[in-house]
Design a protein around this ligand. Structure first.
Ligand SMILES: Cc1ncc(COP(=O)(O)O)c(C=O)c1O
Length: 387
């Protein structure tokens, strides 16, 4: 089955949909049984998409979880109330006191904070590594290294990692490879084809796609699925069926939306690259982006999120740029239909294995589904205000 067809059909078994196109929202804490044998059957199959107790899920969450593992190509998908919970839930499911974690230096800021504030207190040591390290990761592996965590492209600055090489080296030492695949969205990067063991997404972004729900997913391969499922359950992780419904509704148009986000973002990025106020575009499809060769080799496409570096700009000038935008609003959570803009701060102190050097301030944009001419006009007026 081709990928676009799978996006439409995944998770739509009659068992979940009851004959409708979409599965109904099944809300439940208590599941009731009429006989001892019915209850025994539910207990025996409780981890296996069988109605047992609301926290284990209902047909709506079963459908979404099944859809995600079909689309990403894993053995099963654990659901979480947001992407951050998916990241922390996956890590906590496999790390214990005394373990060592290798974390990419360009990780999403709360992922880094979690390592520094919570894992550290649990006696789990984190070493940050350069996203471009490739096979050199072998030098950072210790006897107690348990997880290698990747995020590709990196948050805000978009370095693309050599995932297959990193995974191959990690597997030689039985290290679990986890990837924050939110940018790839399960469409543009197929994690299990490149050696990833657990693929994590903030489905809050492109899967929900409409900026109106938060949800996280972690899809695991056969080897790690039983432990991920049980440990996430023991951590009390579960999602509302209403949010699972919205995520699944968003999923059906994911592929077509991404194509439009990609096309518009590339036009805007190209236009920005020609403006004298812009020093550099940070976008995996641009040839000077670190890891561009891995993007070309491993990704099927891009999306609406990228950054650019200005030549210069003090606080007053950046405020002038940002304050007068018409179509771009300032907001953090990207992946919806709308355009967003913000200044990226803290790149210098948010890194420890690498350093960030740039000509000027970094601006991150999410290119939404508006007409691209309106977006370029908006940015043109912004750059005029900056001047
Ligand atoms: C790359 C990446 N991973 C994870 C997250 C966290 O997602 P959530 O907001 O659903 O916790 C985000 C949110 O911005 C993100 O950009």
């Amino acid at each position: 089955m081709k990928h676009d067809t799978k996006i439409i059909s995944a998770g739509r078994k009659k068992e979940w949909t009851h004959g409708a196109v979409n599965p109904p929202v099944q809300r439940a804490s208590t599941i009731v049984f009429d006989s001892v044998s019915e209850m025994k059957h539910a207990i025996a199959n409780r981890a296996n998409k069988t109605l047992f107790y609301g926290r284990r899920g209902t047909s709506t969450t079963f459908a979404f979880s099944e859809a995600m593992s079909e689309i990403e190509g894993g053995a099963g998908c654990a659901l979480y109330p947001c992407g951050t919970a998916a990241i922390t839930g996956a890590l906590l499911s496999f790390l214990k006191t005394g373990d060592h974690l290798l974390m990419v230096d360009t990780a999403y800021e709360p992922t880094r904070d979690f390592c520094n504030k919570i894992l550290r207190n649990l006696g789990i040591e984190t070493t940050y590594y350069d996203p471009m390290i490739g096979a050199g990761i072998s030098e950072l592996i210790k006897p107690n290294t348990r997880v290698l965590f990747l995020e590709s492209p990196g948050s805000n600055t978009m370095e693309v990692q050599d995932v297959p090489t990193l995974a191959q080296v990690a597997h030689q030492s039985d290290i679990i490879v986890m990837l924050d695949n939110t940018w790839g969205a399960g469409v543009n990067f197929k994690p299990f084809d490149f050696g990833v063991d657990i693929s994590i997404q903030a489905a809050t972004k492109y899967i929900v796609g409409h900026s109106d729900a938060m949800i996280g997913t972690a899809v695991a391969n056969e080897q790690y699925w039983p432990q991920l499922r049980e440990h996430s359950y023991l951590l009390g992780q579960c999602v509302s069926p209403d949010d699972a419904y919205l995520a699944m509704r968003g999923l059906r148009t994911l592929s077509v939306r991404l194509k439009q986000h990609q096309a518009s973002a590339l036009k805007v990025a190209q236009w920005l690259s020609e403006q004298p106020e812009v020093d550099k575009i940070l976008h995996p499809a641009f040839s000077d982006c670190p890891g561009h060769q891995f993007f070309k080799r491993d990704f099927k496409g891009s999306n609406g999120l990228f950054s650019f570096v200005l030549n210069r700009g003090n606080e007053q000038q950046i405020t002038a740029l940002l304050d007068g935008m018409s179509h771009f609003k300032m907001g953090f959570s990207w992946g919806g239909f709308e355009s967003l803009i913000l200044q990226v701060n803290g790149l210098d102190y948010l890194r420890s294995a690498t350093t960030w050097q740039a000509a000027g301030p970094v601006i991150r944009v999410h290119i939404g589904l508006e007409d691209v001419a309106d977006l370029i006009d908006d940015l043109r007026r912004g750059l005029d205000r900056l001047k």
